[in-house]
Every structure is written in C-alpha cells, then in structure tokens.
Design a protein around this ligand. Structure first.
Ligand SMILES: CC(C)(COP(=O)(O)OP(=O)(O)OC[C@H]1O[C@@H](n2cnc3c(N)ncnc32)[C@H](O)[C@@H]1OP(=O)(O)O)[C@@H](O)C(=O)NCCC(=O)NCCS
Length: 177
C-alpha cells in the first residue's frame, strides 16, 4: 500500500501556501496578537496567546482537506507572514478568509495568496463559487477581494467579531470560476 500526500502546497512568485506545522506557533502568536489584525476577522481572539496558536495549528493539522483548507502563508525570505483558509459556509458554499501580519501589509501578499488559492480551489477542488465578506470598516480587505476577482453582492449583514466582542456590518462578496 502506498501513502498519498494529501496536504497541498501552492507556490507563487514570493510565497508558499502550505499546511501548518507545530513550529509555526511562536511566530503565529506574535503576528496574530494584534487587535488591528484580529479585530478585522470573525474568529481570532484577542489577546491571542500561545495556547490559541497551538490549538489552531492542532486543528489545522487534523483538518479534512476535502472540505476545508487552512494554509500558512510563508514568504520565501521572511518566513511565516499570515494565513489563508477556505471553510464551509451556509447553503453548502465555501468561504475564503485570510490575514497578513502588520509588518507585512501593503506589499501585495494577501492578493498574491488569494489569487493562488482561488486558482487551486477552481482546479483541484472544482469550486465554481466562493464567497467572502469583509467588515465595512476594512477597505483594504475589500481591495484584496476586488483584485482577486470578487464582486460585491450588495448585501450587508451583521457578523460577530470575536476579538471586538461585538457585531460589525459586513459587506458580502462572491467569486465565480
Ligand atoms: C486586509 C489584509 C489581509 C491586506 O493584506 P495586504 O497583504 O496588505 O494586502 P495587499 O497588499 O495585497 O492589498 C492591500 C490593498 O488595500 C489597499 N489599502 C490599504 N489600506 C487601505 C485603506 N485604508 N483604504 C483603502 N484601501 C487600502 C492597498 O493600497 C492595496 O491596494 P492596491 O494594491 O490597489 O494599492 C491585511 O491588512 C490584514 O491582514 N488585515 C487584518 C485581517 C483582515 O482584515 N483579514 C481579512 C478579513 S475579511
């Protein structure tokens, strides 16, 4: 019997999107323990402590890549710079989310990672539709999604921000293969 490698890894010009490994925990914690990062996501806690990083990585290592995908975003020179994931959403849809550590903002990394991940989702996962949403006070993320081919649906709904401890108006977007 032969083992089949099921953890995908996606290479771009500057980045490698790969599965998480336990040694990511310290850097993950350093970059994610930032309210400017966590407060723009739905699920990240704040403060973000070592146990949060370890639990996240443990879940990521055990994930079923057929239904979800949590990638570490590694820069070829700077190491881990962020994360990107697809998770199941309402009505059988797949939702994209991502973050980049603040020292690495505005260098095009999120857009480069999102474009590569969408190519992979289309080609390997056979996804024809991916949804995403960004908090209305986070135009940078809207820009990343637009540059990656998403369109605004026109719908805005209130979604939880765990780090802020409140709901935030969220602009919904859709990407079609
Ligand atoms: C949103 C985020 C992922 C962007 O990462 P990034 O690597 O800096 O993104 P990119 O460099 O690929 O693109 C950022 C774009 O936003 C633009 N931008 C940055 N700040 C902006 C602002 N205040 N208003 C409007 N656009 C802004 C940049 O100019 C750039 O667009 P351009 O290339 O057309 O000039 C990063 O800021 C982040 O992780 N934020 C916290 C977590 C988060 O928001 N996750 C997404 C949840 S939906």
């Amino acid at each position: 019997m032969c083992a089949i490698e099921v953890t995908p890894s996606l290479a771009t010009e500057r980045l490698l999107l790969r599965g998480h490994v336990p040694s990511d925990a310290e850097r993950l914690c350093q970059l994610a323990n930032d309210i400017k990062v966590a407060g723009m996501t739905a699920a990240m806690p704040h403060p973000y402590v070592a146990a949060d990083a370890e639990a996240f990585i443990d879940r990521a290592i055990r994930q079923d890549w057929r239904t979800q995908a949590a990638f570490a975003i590694e820069h070829r020179q700077f190491g881990l710079v962020g994360g990107l994931g697809f998770k199941p959403a309402a009505r059988g849809r797949t939702e994209l989310g991502y973050w980049i550590g603040r020292p690495f903002w505005n260098r095009g990394y999120a857009t480069e990672a999102a474009r590569a991940a969408l190519r992979w989702a289309q080609r390997d996962w056979r996804k024809k539709l991916v949804v995403a949403g960004h908090f209305a006070d986070n135009p940078a993320s809207g820009q990343v999604l637009c540059k990656s081919g998403f369109l605004y649906t026109g719908d805005v709904e209130l979604r939880d921000s765990r780090a802020r401890g409140q709901t935030v108006p969220t602009r919904l977007m859709v990407w079609l293969a």
